[in-house]
Write a new protein. Structure first.
Length: 554
């Protein structure tokens, strides 16, 4: 379909807005599920799975890792066989079914649901980003690609901001199952909007021609997918003990090696024209793993801090409205079997091996002075811990226009940093966000007292700025540098790096109870972000040269 005269006068293609709302609803469903998934797994009071934090962190990390691993195959099939629109629609339907299935009881339903979400995301996530990039391949929109991705990223975070509030209301008012079903409904709305906008991106949904040196899909399955599965299975069952902390971590990391090798082979066999751009993307992919390993702890380590270490008392004026909206969680002193900590804030168990609280009370009260406990049998309303996960997307929505305007101002004055420099800056800012949590540890006397919620707010605000400098810029970089026939596949490579980082976030979070002094947990994260930033800046001149040669811009 030809581009309309109205679109030619606009800075952005009309298809952006349909993709914006499709992605907004898809992310609403995804982040609604993520907001409560960890809490659901450790809940032993209201129908949850009653797992330990270490086990729940491992499952959480494995799930979000696999969610971002499948885009490798989804991107490949969209590039070669399905086209982007069919892949996006198919993936969205699978995800919606998966969320609804999570509302059902039983391990079979749970793991089948997780499987549907993992596969569905593989088809949806890389291809909607690629389709957006294709819209900006038209000359009249090309110079606004970075800002277009920023706008798209804001849509993601509007959905992510609303999700924890709906999750809190549904699970506190009706139960866990209803909350997961709400995620499914959101996903189906996103698919419907995408279908309504079909005519605005039909013209850029074109299968890429396969060149003589490109591998066939059957060959990729034979030398990449199958070896990855077999390597992962072998690592799970045949490695004595654990190398990286758990069977799932060993299986995932070893299973990723054939896929990493595939991307390296793409570079090795590429033409002279494509070799350097692919090398630049692979270098970026390797470094940003560290960012995702830190950032994705919002659903595990930072949720733990919010649940057990943060003062979640409601101001009197907000107590009744919050209760009416289902935004509260209740604590009391009734004996129960729940997850908690001993005096060193480690998990403790009873004679039967069940996880119990110190003094038989809700774990929130364990680091609260006894005189501040509610009377026996009295319910005290607290802010639901998942609501803290809305802080990051709130700041994304608030700050995206500011960041876009700031870089636009620098661009007009010929001072805009290159895309890789923005990514390096994002890593430095991420390091600063972890130092805020070091301050929270000291302010709370290493968790012996409740910390102010403003520490979490501050940390989320800072890491959001880092995210805005890094994540949309990474998507834009892939779109700029990828050979046309490999765009979705290279977008899958971006999500592979996200996947590995997500898995490492679960590994790091599972070590939470090992640290007696919690500041060291956050300092390790800080060191990782600083090392990654230094690596980017060390490669900056090389990366800028490649981008300028390939695109004519920085």
């Amino acid at each position: 379909m030809a581009t309309t005269q109205t679109e030619k006068k606009s800075k952005h293609p009309k298809g952006l807005y349909y993709l914006f709302f499709s992605e907004m609803w898809e992310r609403f469903g995804f982040y609604l599920m993520l907001a409560i998934f960890f809490l659901y797994m450790i809940d032993a009071q209201k129908g949850g799975l009653a797992l330990s934090k270490a086990e729940a962190s491992d499952i959480f990390g494995t799930f979000i890792a696999l969610v971002y691993l499948t885009p490798f195959l989804g991107g490949l099939l969209a590039d070669r066989v399905m086209g982007y629109r069919k892949a996006i629609t198919f993936g969205g339907i699978l995800m919606g079914l998966g969320y609804c299935l999570m509302a059902m009881k039983g391990d079979l339903a749970l793991f089948s649901a997780l499987g549907l979400v993992i596969i569905g995301n593989g088809f949806f996530k890389p291809n909607i980003s690629t389709l957006l990039g294709n819209l900006y391949s038209e000359p009249q929109y090309a110079e606004n690609k970075d800002s277009g991705y920023n706008i798209f990223y804001m849509g993601i975070n509007i959905g992510a901001f609303a999700a924890p509030f709906v999750a809190s209301y549904m699970r506190n008012t009706f139960g866990w199952g209803y909350a997961f079903a709400a995620a499914g409904i959101g996903m189906f709305i996103g698919v419907l909007i995408f279908l309504l906008g079909n005519k605005h991106y039909k013209h850029v949904d074109v299968l890429k021609p396969v060149e003589s040196n490109d591998m066939s899909i059957s060959r990729i399955v034979g030398i990449v997918i199958l070896p990855a599965l077999l390597t992962g299975i072998a690592a799970w069952f045949f490695i004595p003990g654990n190398i990286f902390g758990s069977d799932s971590t060993d299986a995932f990391l070893f299973g990723s090696l054939p896929i990493v090798f595939f991307y390296v082979s793409l570079w090795a066999k590429a033409s002279d024209k494509d070799k350097k751009p692919i090398a630049a993307m692979l270098a970026i992919f390797g470094v940003v793993i560290i960012f995702w390993a830190i950032f994705k702890q919002n659903g595990t380590a930072l949720t733990t801090w919010a649940q057990y270490y943060t003062n979640r008392n409601l101001p009197d004026a907000l107590e009744k409205p919050a209760q009416a909206l289902g935004m509260v969680q209740y604590v009391n002193t009734s004996p129960r079997t729940v997850e908690a900590y001993d005096q060193n804030f480690r998990t403790t168990t009873d004679a039967d091996g069940k996880v119990v609280t110190r003094e038989g009370v809700d774990p929130y009260l364990n680091n609260l002075p006894k005189e501040q406990w509610p009377a026996e049998g009295e319910d005290r309303p607290l802010i639901s811990p998942e609501l803290f996960q809305s802080i990051n997307p709130f700041f994304v929505v608030l700050l995206t226009p500011v960041v876009v305007a700031f870089f636009a101002y620098l661009r007009r004055n010929k001072k805009e940093p290159s895309t890789p420099a923005k990514i390096g800056l994002g890593l430095l800012i991420t390091a600063a966000s972890t130092l805020v949590m070091v301050g929270a540890v000291f302010a709370s006397d290493n968790g012996l007292e409740k910390s102010s919620a403003m520490w979490l707010v501050g940390s989320y605000a800072i890491i959001t700025v880092g995210e805005l400098c890094l994540s949309p810029m990474g998507l834009s970089l892939v779109s700029k540098l990828s050979p046309p026939r490999l765009t979705a596949l290279m977008m899958g490579g971006w999500f592979l790096s996200t996947s590995i980082g997500n898995k490492l976030s679960g590994v790091l979070a599972s070590l939470w109870d090992i640290y007696d002094h919690k500041q060291y947990f956050f300092l390790v994260n800080c060191a990782g972000a600083l090392i990654a930033a230094l690596m980017i800046f060390a490669m900056l001149k090389w990366l800028r040269t490649i981008i300028q040669t390939h695109t004519g811009k920085n």
